[in-house]
Design a binder for this molecule. Structure first.
Ligand SMILES: C[S@@+](CC[C@H](N)C(=O)[O-])C[C@H]1O[C@@H](n2cnc3c(N)ncnc32)[C@H](O)[C@@H]1O
Length: 282
């Protein structure tokens, strides 16, 4: 399917049935989706998303030949379990209850001792019922987000999970750092990179997605990967915050500036629209 066809399908989700991201994820792209769609190339071969998170753009496009990856093993395991046995994941999810005691019991379970479907259902349950849909782990890698106060959270959306599973059929999933795209991407492929953002200020530096944050050394390594993919003839698209470093480092590429409502900051007063950029080499 060409990029243009994918673009058209995404404009008619009610007809085809476009899945929604099944996890709430910091940095989820639903708000800025129209800008991302507008920035896409007209045509491309395979699709790569090496900072998968909630996968908003992947679900919007539903490319047939896709390579999705992230360093978060629980996250990738959850996608894989849905792809391979969505019925099993749904059965496990339906057993979960929304009470504080139950939440902490579930949080304390060692995911490594659960089946792939049970593990995926635990991840989805904690994400839907924990505080703000955050994913945060302590130094031992244990999930440590507190119980969230929601009114009637939707823990299991069967229809959406089945659409998610259908769009993941045949898709390659990997636990890997972003550099691994260099091993696979070829001329004509599209790579969309949505890394943890460069902090805008001291109070908004939410980069603790994983045990290790994503610092400026990682941002520099990412810019080098962007340049290598560009020289290879790939289409490369990258989101980040609108900070002077981005303008300097990606000078020579096309930079679109957009406003996005973000909820990364824990202080409600500091939330609100922030500047983002979309960088493309096309
Ligand atoms: C901004 S989020 C992506 C949001 C996603 N586009 C969405 O729509 O929800 C960044 C993701 O990068 C992942 N990540 C952090 N460091 C990474 C690395 N070195 N390589 C690949 N993924 C990484 C995090 O686990 C997180 O899922």
């Amino acid at each position: 399917m060409s990029g243009a066809q994918q673009k058209v399908i995404s404009l008619y989700p009610a007809i085809i049935g476009t899945p929604k991201p099944f996890l709430k994820w910091v940095g989820g792209k639903r708000q800025v989706m129209p800008h991302l769609i507008a920035a896409l190339p007209g045509n491309f071969n395979r699709y790569f998303e090496p900072f998968l998170g909630g996968g908003a753009l992947f679900f919007e496009l539903q490319p047939v030949r896709a390579f999705l990856s992230d360093t978060n093993d629980e996250l990738i395991g959850t996608y894989a379990a849905i792809r391979d046995n969505v019925g099993g994941v749904i059965r496990h999810l339906k057993r979960h209850r929304y009470t504080e005691d139950y939440y902490y019991q579930m949080r304390d379970r060692n995911p490594a001792r659960l089946s792939p479907e049970g593990r995926a259902a635990r991840m989805i349950y904690l994400n839907r019922t924990g505080f703000n849909g955050l994913y945060r782990v302590n130094s031992k890698g244990q999930f440590n987000v507190p119980f969230g106060r929601h009114s009637n959270p939707c823990i299991c959306n069967d229809d959406n999970l089945r659409l998610v599973a259908a769009s993941l059929a045949g898709v390659a999933l990997r636990i890997a750092s972003f550099e691994h795209v260099l091993e696979f991407a070829r001329k004509g492929d599209l790579i969309y990179m949505d890394p943890p953002y460069i902090p805008l200020s001291q109070t908004s530096n939410f980069v603790a997605y994983q045990k290790h944050g994503f610092g400026m050394d990682n941002q520099e390594a990412l810019a080098e990967v962007f340049e290598k993919l560009d020289r290879r003839g790939c289409y490369v698209m990258l989101s980040n915050s609108d900070v002077p470093w981005m303008k300097r480092r990606y000078a020579g590429f096309r930079i679109r500036r957009i406003r996005a409502a973000r909820c990364v900051n824990s202080k409600a007063s500091a939330r609100g629209p922030v500047g983002e950029v979309i960088v493309t080499n096309f």
